[in-house]
Design a protein around this ligand. Structure first.
Ligand code: TPP
Ligand code: MG
Length: 327
């Protein structure tokens, strides 16, 4: 496990662990809501990729912004969102972050700088780059992180925005979550050459990092965020990771595109939470009992938030066109 040089106190580490467990717990409960037909539509699970969202978002402040993807719950939690409002959003309830209109795939949390998930693959790249352009024009010092998947590197928009961001030195970090798959196709079958070389072609400094190692991700993110704040951006990071579930919750039978052995190998040997937990215990930053207590508390929070969301009100029908058009 990489050692972070700039964030070395136990409190920060425990918060990172906690945030990763919160994401995993949120996802387990969301999956259960889908399986019991309580949640409308379907959803894409982030389990397995927690160290990416947490390692990066822990390097950001509330005034920094992110854009997210169709697999967006992890980014939302990592950027500071609460369980209650998130479950309400998934269930279409009035108290959801978008008053129930966004659902899983369009959840946004402006209060913590999450500009939103996006069902259009690569669709958030223009939004993130626009957000960074706004910061530069207004002389603000916030940084925008654009999360997207390896599959989104096939979108033409990525090359348009990287060109602009490089020319105008925008404070944006393109964070490519390479989980090895785009729906049911292996990345290596659809992406020629190197992913980081795509950014380097525009003169953008690019890094590749183990996305299962939260400290390695956080250490790199802290350095790049600080430099982007000083006007040294943009930057590009390719984070090597893996999704444990299918492409979406309904993708149960995956044998035709990936093996059970492969899934087991990632879960048994590279799980970001298990790895970080052992590190915390080994370094004497937390005991097994403290970690178990934290896990139980998070589980309890999630159970209560789900019950709250199930009992919460739907928005009134008169709200149907509210927030659709700007005033
Ligand atoms: C513009 C567009 N094309 C196709 C789709 C269908 N689609 C949804 S998710 C997805 C795969 C995205 O893969 P990746 O970017 O690697 O993200 P991951 O699902 O692996 O997190 C595709 C092709 C879409 N939503 N939008
Ligand atoms: Mg992918």
């Amino acid at each position: 496990m990489a050692k972070a040089k700039t964030k070395s106190n136990a409190e920060d580490y425990l918060r990172m662990y906690r945030q990763m467990v919160r994401i995993r717990t949120f996802e387990d409960n969301a999956n259960q809501l889908y399986l019991s037909a309580k949640m409308p539509g379907l959803t894409h699970m982030y389990s397995g990729e927690e160290a990416v969202a947490v390692g990066i978002c822990e390097a950001l402040t509330d005034s920094d912004r992110i854009t997210s993807t169709h697999r967006g719950h992890g980014h939302c939690v990592a950027k500071g969102a609460e369980f209650k409002e998130m479950f309400c959003e998934l269930l279409g309830k009035e108290e959801g972050y978008c008053r129930g209109k966004g659902g899983s795939m369009h959840i946004a949390d402006q209060s913590h700088g999450n500009l939103g998930a996006n069902a259009i693959v690569g669709g958030s790249m223009g939004i993130a780059t626009g957000s960074a352009l706004r910061a530069k024009l207004q002389g603000a010092d916030d940084v925008t992180v654009c999360f997207f998947g390896d599959g989104a590197t096939a979108q033409g928009l990525m090359y348009e925005v990287m060109n602009m961001a490089a020319l105008w030195k925008l404070p944006v970090i393109y964070a490519c979550e390479n989980n090895g798959y785009s729906e049911y196709t292996k990345t290596e079958e659809i992406a020629a050459g190197s992913i980081t070389a795509r950014a380097e072609a525009f003169g953008i400094e690019a890094h590749k990092v183990d996305g299962q190692d939260v400290l390695a991700v956080n250490e790199l993110a802290q350095k790049l965020v600080a430099r982007a704040r000083k006007g040294e951006g943009p930057f590009f990071i390719e984070l090597m990771t893996y999704r444990y579930h299918g492409h979406h919750v309904g993708d149960i039978n995956r044998a035709y595109y990936r093996s059970k052995d492969e899934e087991r190998d990632w879960k048994d040997n590279r799980d970001p939470i298990v790895r970080f937990r052992s590190y915390l215990v080994q370094e004497g930053l937390a005991s097994e009992e403290e970690i178990e207590a934290m896990n139980a508390e998070i589980e309890q929070d999630a159970t209560e938030a789900v019950a709250y969301a199930e009992a919460a009100r739907y928005p009134d029908v008169s709200e149907v066109d509210m927030h659709v058009y700007a005033d």
